[in-house]
Design a protein around this ligand. Structure first.
Ligand code: ADP
Ligand code: NI
Length: 235
């Protein structure tokens, strides 16, 4: 198979897996991250094949999707007590797919490392990314979590998880461990302070930093308006 064929088959596979997701991780999220990663690659460089595959496969084993239609589980936890990407484990489904496509073991290992390191794991938890390819994939995923689309996705995810829009009685918390962050069930407005507003300073590439600044300003404006309406500040 040529690299182009592998990319195309991977896109088709992932599309089939994510088409019905309603948690903000639908196929179009994957598609945007893929295309954004390509735009970053054009400016920043790196190995295109690795970047595209990492972007396409990055959410296939994600812990947040465990209880979605992709992996029904009443407890929202891995059924075998194991861990998936985002924890300490390997991204099992992504790895199996890359093997099946005949991708070289070294490239497969690199992509799996990127997927495992990519996710946000709490306000006080560092998520360093070793390679340029990983930095680009991570920036592309994080850019899709902020701005207008980021706002829409945050509330879609909150609704999917049965969370309140806003709860004035529970202030945001800066999570010091991945476990704390995963177990938090707080209102979606808190998620802006616990994650989304922190992302602009955690972008890796200069290109993503520039785009993030504008999207960040838009979220700040949204929050200001949201709280003004909530508090009756227009009257
Ligand atoms: P990451 O792997 O860094 O979490 P994703 O691509 O999986 O990135 O996107 C996470 C999406 O889920 C974001 O759009 C985010 O706003 C949304 N989300 C909303 N509320 C929460 C929450 N409480 N915890 C985690 N993600 C949330
Ligand atoms: Ni994602």
């Amino acid at each position: 198979m040529t690299p182009e064929e592998i990319i195309q088959r991977t896109a088709d596979y992932v599309k089939g897996e994510f088409e019905r997701d309603s948690s903000g991780h639908d196929w179009w999220h994957i598609h945007r991250v893929w295309q954004t990663a390509l735009m970053l690659w054009r400016v920043e460089g790196g190995d295109r094949f690795t970047i595209e595959l990492a972007a396409l496969l990055h959410d296939l084993d994600d812990w947040k999707l465990v209880s979605s239609s992709l992996r029904p589980s009443p407890t929202g936890r891995p059924p075998d007590g194991g861990r998936w990407a985002g924890g300490e484990g390997r991204p099992i489904r992504a790895e199996a797919w890359l093997r099946q496509m005949g991708v070289a073991p070294a490239v497969t290992d690199h992509i799996c490392e990127i997927i495992t390191s990519l996710s946000f794991k709490g306000a006080l938890v560092q998520t360093p990314m070793r390679t340029l390819e990983g930095q680009i994939a991570q920036d592309a995923d994080r850019l899709d979590a902020i701005g207008a689309i980021g706002i829409a996705r945050a509330f879609a995810y909150g609704g999917h998880k049965g969370r309140l829009l806003y709860d004035p009685a529970s202030p945001p918390q800066m999570h010091a461990s991945f476990e704390q962050y995963q177990n938090s069930g707080s209102a979606t407005i808190n998620h802006f302070y616990e994650k989304l507003l922190l992302l602009k300073d955690r972008m890796n590439t200069a290109t993503a930093k520039k785009i993030a600044a504008q999207r960040h300003a838009y979220m700040e404006q949204f929050l200001e308006q949201f709280l003004r309406e909530w508090q009756g500040g227009e009257f």
